[in-house]
Ligand binder design. Structure first.
Ligand code: SDX
Length: 428
């Protein structure tokens, strides 16, 4: 196949290089387009535009493939754990035993946060949305660790900052929950693994030992793995563009948390449960809500359905749906909304509206049902998504910094007023 595409514009024909990725995806390289032709491209929402070359995650939306550093998500979800997958995403290879131990220990030793962060949390109203707190407090880490702001420091110093961020974000997330419950904060317990420590900080009480349930630990490891990265999604692209200005990693990740909060992105998992509860309260009338989702005059959307890239199925949704059944059975929980979710999926997959638009359940459709089953409240669901996505954001930031990418600065097509002179207010 020719490694060039030809563009005929005016009386000239231009040759544009065609790049081929390691999975045979092809991209038209337009980096010289404006210099050569005076043209820019316009692609609102970047539906057809690649922003970078990346070696972290591969998605094939047509065939439902998702791989982290070449490893299929199905195998990682089955055999790995969140710390190991975090190492894989950030450093590019599965760790040896000693590498994983060193990585995990470095994170474990950094789980404590500055005592002043409690003052931050105490200052918020009790009904504050946890994502607003996580966003602010993660950003504030830049104030507590001023010596780690320069992203170009020595690799071991960048590693320390990365480990600190992973460690403290879990503590901040758990303390945000404790604050919303009016419960005393639980300090990290360095004898516990990452997931068990998080659960202990979330649900442990000072008055009694908290027993982690291996079913819950396994389910949470799986959910965090499934959320860990997803190539150039809205929040990862935000982290990359903020990091491209050489802003510090705490600010770049905080911008990712902000982007993830949106209901069209990571905020969808909370919206899904609220939608399922609404349908349950309305007598479980799934047909009514399928029709509402199809009605252009109704702004109701089937939350947890549809995806910019997956046009067949989201492999994560398949894994989470299977895990739903197993976790709820093991915990002896019957959640009516799971039945409603399955009914909605069945109806949508047989409805021309959804089939024509290739709308399938995405990662957010079933995840909330498991979070709820393990005791996590609805308004913490997107915080859980952020906790899972953190190593992915870090890997994307690190890749962008190491490849010394230029500051991100898209162009635009101006459609405003042509030149006009100022008119004094008396004459308007
Ligand atoms: C995540 O990018 C990622 O990788 C994201 C993510 C990750 O891991 O980082 O996978 C995580 O964000 C998952 C998506 C979570 N969001 C939701 O579940 C919200 C509901 N879904 C959507 O709003 C929508 O499907 C998006 C935002 C996910 C994708 O939007 P697109 O690609 O911009 O598609 P679109 O909005 O242009 O929709 C195309 C058509 C439209 O109909 P027509 O105008 O062609 O008639 O499909 C319709 C839409 O109205 N449509 C839906 C729908 N989603 C799309 N109709 C009803 N219900 C829906 N959920």
């Amino acid at each position: 196949m020719s490694q060039f595409a030809e563009l005929k514009y005016g009386d000239k024909i231009y040759q544009l290089p065609v790049l081929v990725g390691s999975e045979n995806e092809v991209a038209l390289d337009i980096s010289k387009l404006r210099d050569d032709t005076g043209l820019i491209t316009l692609d609102i929402g970047y539906k057809n535009t690649g922003a970078t070359k990346s070696a972290i995650t591969f998605i094939d939306g047509e065939t439902g493939i998702l791989r982290y550093r070449g490893y299929p998500i199905e195998q990682l979800a089955e055999h790995s754990n969140f710390m190991e997958v975090s190492y894989l995403l950030i450093y590019g290879e599965l760790p040896t035993e000693s590498q994983l131990e060193a990585f995990t220990n470095s994170i474990t030793r950094r789980t404590l946060v500055h005592e002043n962060i409690k003052k931050f949390l105490d200052a918020y109203p009790s009904d504050v949305h946890p994502m607003g707190v996580l966003l602010a407090v993660v950003s504030s880490l830049s104030s507590f660790y001023p010596n780690s702001l320069n992203p170009n420091r020595k690799p071991e110093e960048v590693d320390r900052t990365i480990h600190r961020l992973i460690a403290k974000t879990a503590t901040i997330a758990a303390w945000t929950y404790k604050k919303s419950m009016g419960h005393p904060y639980m300090y990290p317990n360095n004898k516990l693994d990452y997931v068990s420590n998080f659960l202990n900080m979330m649900f442990g009480m000072r008055t009694e030992d908290y027993q982690t349930d291996p079913v819950v630990v396994d389910a949470l490891n799986k959910l965090l793995i499934l959320h860990a990265d997803h190539e150039q999604n809205c929040s990862a692209s935000t982290v990359r563009i903020v990091g491209s200005s050489k802003a510090n990693i705490y600010s770049a990740v905080a911008s990712g948390i902000a982007a993830l909060w949106g209901p069209l992105h990571g905020g969808a998992n909370q919206e899904v449960i609220e939608m399922l509860e609404l349908i349950k309260a309305d007598g479980g009338n799934t047909k009514k809500y399928i029709e509402k989702a199809k009605d252009k005059n109704d702004n109701f959307r089937l939350m947890g359905f549809g995806h910019r890239v997956y046009k067949n199925f989201d492999p994560r949704a398949k894994i989470i749906k299977t895990a739903c059944d197993s976790v709820l059975n093991k915990l002896g929980i019957h959640d009516e909304v799971l039945d409603i979710a399955k009914e909605l999926e069945e109806a949508a997959l047989n409805d021309p509206y959804f089939i024509e638009r290739k709308l399938y359940p995405n990662v957010d459709f079933y995840s909330g049902i498991i979070y709820r089953a393990i005791g996590i409240p609805t308004n913490m669901f997107t915080v859980m998504f952020a906790l899972g996505r953190l190593p992915g954001w870090i890997a994307q930031w690190k890749e962008m910094r190491e490849s010394n990418e230029p500051i991100g600065r898209p162009r635009q097509l101006y459609v405003g007023e042509p030149l006009r002179d100022y008119v004094s207010i008396a004459k308007r």
